[in-house]
Ligand binder design. Sequence first.
Ligand code: ARG
Length: 509
Amino acid sequence: MCREGPFRTKLVWFDFILDYYVSHTYLLYTVAFILNLPLMENEGTPAKLWGGRFQEGVSKISETISESISFDKVIYKQDIRASIAHARMLSRQKIVADDVIDKIVKGLGQIEGEIDQGKMNFDPALEDIHTHIEKRLVEIIGEEGKFLHTGRSRNDQVAVDTHLFLKENIVEQKELMIALLERLLQLAKDNAGTIWAGYTHTQIAQPVLLSHYLMSYFWMFQRDYNLLDFSLAETDTSPLGAAAMAGANYPIDREFVAKELGFSKVYNNSMDAVSTRDYQLSYHFFTVRLYLHISRMCEDFILYNSTEFSYISMGDSVTTGSSIMPQKKNPDIAELLRGKTGRVSGNMNALLVNLKGLPLTYNRDLQEDKIYLFDTVRQSALGILGMKEIISNVTFHPEKVVKNLRKGFAQATEIADYLVSDYKVPFRVAHEMSGKAVVFCEKEGKYLDELTQTDIESIWGAEYSLPEGMLKLENCIDRKQGTGCTSNKSVQEQFAKAEKILEAMKTEI
Ligand code: ARG
């Protein structure tokens, strides 16, 4: 480790004596001493919370690596809330005198106001938000402020702050998710009966209802909501009282603090409490999977919005222009959401690698977790809101879809299935017969639904015919009546189920 303090100190004093005798520049040092100016780099460094056993300060580079105030200042409210709950517990348990705790609680309230108003001067030398607040507390109320840290450590302190922060955000995001699901369900209902194209291999596969297509995303996002809810259950656990990792030597009441902070339970093991980041991992996984779904829907919309597809038009509120090509209306927001999928999976991966093989219990590596978490929390909110904005500003063009369905011979499977059920032809044979009809249409420049009886006889023989209207796209769709299939009836059933689930979600939060 690079500690240049003492070496420099010696040099400075050596200089001092030398100068005294040689060039009288000692005057400069005298002035500096009287004005209390730092004579060397480390002298200006404010006292650390853990300074007792150290004689020198850390080097500048170590300080830069060490600091987290540049990113953990966002959890100042959680830190103050947790400190107040901890302080109240200390007085309730007669660990610290009531009048001292009163001053501490008042002081913490004042600090919150100061930070709210941007009055706190954040200094990397003070490492993190916990140190800033505690140091300011001592400045405001004096030495008694130093009682606050009784029976706790920054290890359980940072853990409780992060739990509080994440919990608040998850609760908000559950509402955002419900709003997205409601919008999607409404869009599907508004477009009930509209014909859409189902694809496999980016090739026309079979006709479906647009509402069926939209509901497929509803169910993906609904499962993501369940993951979010699961991550809430894990985050709803208080680590405070674990102290450094073994617990505290005072008659602390962890359950009281947990209740004060709105946690439904406490960690069962102090070593686990300070070292686990499982609750964050669960939340990361929610975000990553949500973004996988978002990116797929965005990709569909980007394709469908292209001139080649022209299935949809994305609204002005989610598209941007080109600086050179005046005709352009680019689906940038959908592209950005698709791109953010890389970012959030990167954040999850960063935490996974950080945690891999980390010995119990707290290690400073864990400080980095907040960089990934804070970013992912923000990106999740943007993803949910952005997706809702995109689907709220889309116009569908089913005419173009219908054209492509016919062009892509989307009814070929219908023919095969009909030959199986009505002519008792084995499916493999029926498949081939239908394929022959496609080849015929390609040669003759016809759609499958334009085949005449003469055409059919020339392809398969005189004993075959297809019922009138059988290949109409809406009929193809409505034959698929099973649960979760694309008929109008089945999609209506999906709506009913979705409504019920949404109602339950809304009453639960
Ligand atoms: N800033 C630290 C973090 O985020 C707080 C905990 C410091 N604990 C310690 N043992 N140095 O992890």
